[in-house]
Design a protein around this ligand. Sequence first.
Ligand code: RIB
Length: 305
Amino acid sequence: MGILVFGSINMDLTTYVPKLPRPGETLRGSSFITVPGGKGSNQAVACARLGTKTYFVGRVGKDAFGPEVLEIVKKEGVDISQAIIDPKSGTGLAVISVDENAENSIIIISGANLALDNSDVERAKTLMEDANVLMLQLEASLEPTFETAKAANQKGIKVILDPAPAYPIPQDVFPFIDFITPNEVETEALVGFKPANQEDAARAAKALKEKGVRTAIIKMGSLGAYYDSPEGSGFVRAFKVNAIDTVAAGDAFNAGLAVAISEGKSVSDAVRWGAAAGAIATTRKGALPSMPHRDEMLKLLKEQA
Ligand code: RIB
C-alpha cells in the first residue's frame, strides 16, 4: 500500500551561524545553502527513500524555484501527478538559520502553499484508493487539509497529522486523526503547557486523546518520544548520533512512523522507526537532502536496539 502526503513544498534558504541572532544583532554566518524543503515534500521524499510508494499533493508557483523543487521531488521517486504549478502564486520559501548546536529557527513565506483549495482535496481523493496512510501538516491551507483528513478517515485510511507549524485545530477535526505528533512547542500550543519530562508528555498525550485522536506521540527532540495509543503507552529514547542540523528532523520522524504504520508494524515499533529516521536527518545539512534512506535507518535500529 502507499502513502499520500497532502501539504507544503518550499525552497529553503539556509544560513549556518555560530548562534541564532538576537533582535537588532548582525552576525557573520559561516555558510549558505539553497535546497528544497517544505514539511509536506520533505515527508514525501523521506517516505519514498524509506521504500514506500508515495504520492504528493501540493502547489508550487510559476517562478524559477517552482518547477525546480517539483522536479527534484519527482526524481526522488515521489508521484507528483496530482501536484500543480500555480500561475498566480510564488513558490513557498523558508528562510532558515542553524546554529552550532544544530538548533534552528525558520521563517516561512507561504506563497502557493496557501493557495491549496477544494480542487486539491479532489485531486487527493483520486489517489486514496492507492493509499493506506495519509500524512498532513499545518503549513498548507488549513481548511483543505482538514477536509482531506475527513475524506481519508471515511475511507479507512490512517491519518497522521504533524501539527506544525503550530495553529489552533478545530475540535471537530481531532476525531479524524489517528496519530498526532507535536514537538514540545506545538504541544504547548495544543494543550497549554510545554512538556519538560516524560510525566508532562504523558499528561499532554492524555489531553490530546481526550480531544479525540487515537494515538498521541509527543516528540521531545534529543530526549526521545512519548506515545499513548490504544495498544499501550511508552517512551522511546532518542538514538545517539552526531547532530549538526535539526532542520526537518521532525519530518523524517513522521515519515519513519508513517512507513512503519503503512507496513502494519506495532505503534511502539513505528515510534522507534520514527525516532531512528529523525536522528539520521540531524546528521546531515539541509531539509530534503538530509532525509533518511531505508538501509541506514534499519542499520541504526539494529545497532542501537
Ligand atoms: O520542517 C522543516 C521545514 O520547515 C523546512 O524544510 C522548511 O521549508 C519549513 O517548511
